[in-house]
Write a protein that binds this ligand. Structure first.
Ligand SMILES: *Cc1c(COP(=O)(O)O)cnc(C)c1O
Length: 325
């Protein structure tokens, strides 16, 4: 049985075609605009949070705790949607230099605006994030709060179901004659940060074969890490929804991560500018820009691709120094 979900996202998201983009990427590209799933809370995380926050509510949670980088899109979406539903949030945000306050811009500005309880932690502490989140939940239980723990990126079996549904949505759009129609795609491509989107898309394609496979562009960590991580999420999702078939082929591409998580190379930055100027499509330097750059530079490029634009604009706005002209 499929678990209950809350209708938090603005769906279906449109399927856009930018002929100018084809030239830059070197393929026929259809953009699934998951950067338009909502208002300021927008992006790929809402699809996962539809399931996770429904579960939180069903368990009587009065607050949620989650974690991510200091400019985490996932934390921002969670903090805003928790408030929408009358809950508070605690965010464990990874920050390289605990001696210096992070600039209160982009996602962090929005986290603060909705009054999230922000706790900065070091990268070393972040390695123990699941333990730390459990401690926060225990601490808040002492204060009469029931706190629901959402893993990094909302990426567990339950959250991944949001992307199984996204593939169903895409299949419905194709049957209705949108996009390239019933011929479908050679591949679905997107950025990969915590693996939940990749797991959900691979499972969704197992059920609705609208593409031959999925290509997940890692923005951090390597292929071995994500192969293990995504397999674990897929296994968990299949225990939650026993009707899910085996996943479609998923290729984790880790050659386009750039210099570090959150940092784009000069070539990637230049590509983001070209895409913005050629097509008016805004992709960010942390996720979607690296993935689209990767697609454009892939040696064996699929001919017809659905690129899932996963959002991330607040992160771009937090990097004015990356884009100096
Ligand atoms: C979180 C995020 C991703 C990665 O999705 P995962 O499911 O965490 O792999 C991609 N793009 C953006 C903009 C994100 O915020």
């Amino acid at each position: 049985m499929t678990p209950h979900k809350l209708p938090l996202a603005n769906l279906p998201t449109p399927l856009f075609r930018h002929p100018q983009l084809d030239r830059l990427v070197g393929a026929e590209v259809w953009v699934k605009r998951d950067d338009m799933t909502g208002g300021v809370e927008t992006g790929n995380k809402i699809r996962k949070l539809e399931y996770l926050l429904a579960d939180a509510k069903a368990q009587g949670a009065t607050s949620v705790v989650t974690c991510g980088g200091v400019q985490s899109n996932h934390c921002r979406a969670t903090a805003i949607l928790a408030r929408n539903l009358g809950m508070s949030s605690v965010l464990l945000l990874r920050h390289g230099d605990l001696g210096a306050e992070p600039a209160p811009i982009g996602n962090l500005l929005l986290d603060r605006l909705v009054g999230a309880d922000i706790r900065l932690i070091s990268p070393a502490q972040y390695a123990d994030r699941d333990t730390l989140m459990g401690e926060v939940a225990a601490e808040r239980a002492g204060q009469g709060e029931t706190t629901y723990v959402i893993p990094e990126g909302g990426s567990n079996g339950l959250g991944a179901l949001g992307y199984v549904d996204a593939v169903q949505e895409l299949a419905d759009q194709l049957s209705a004659g949108q996009g390239p129609g019933p011929v479908g795609f050679d591949a679905i491509a997107f950025a990969c940060g915590s693996g939940g989107t990749a797991a959900g898309v691979a499972l969704g394609l197992g059920r609705h074969p609208v593409a031959k496979g999925a290509i997940a562009f890692a923005v951090c960590d390597d292929r071995a890490y994500f192969d293990a991580r995504v397999s674990a999420i897929i296994a968990e999702a299949r225990t939650i929804d026993g009707s899910l078939p085996a996943p479609a082929p998923l290729s984790i591409e880790d050659r386009f991560k750039g210099p570090a998580y959150g940092l784009a190379s000069p070539e990637q930055t230049e590509f983001i500018v070209q895409v913005a100027r050629a097509a008016g499509l805004i992709v960010d330097p942390v996720y979607s820009g690296k993935a689209l750059f990767g697609l454009a530079h892939l040696p064996d490029k699929p001919a017809r691709v659905c690129f899932v634009h996963t959002g991330g604009h607040p992160g771009l706005l937090a990097q004015p120094d990356t884009f100096r002209f």
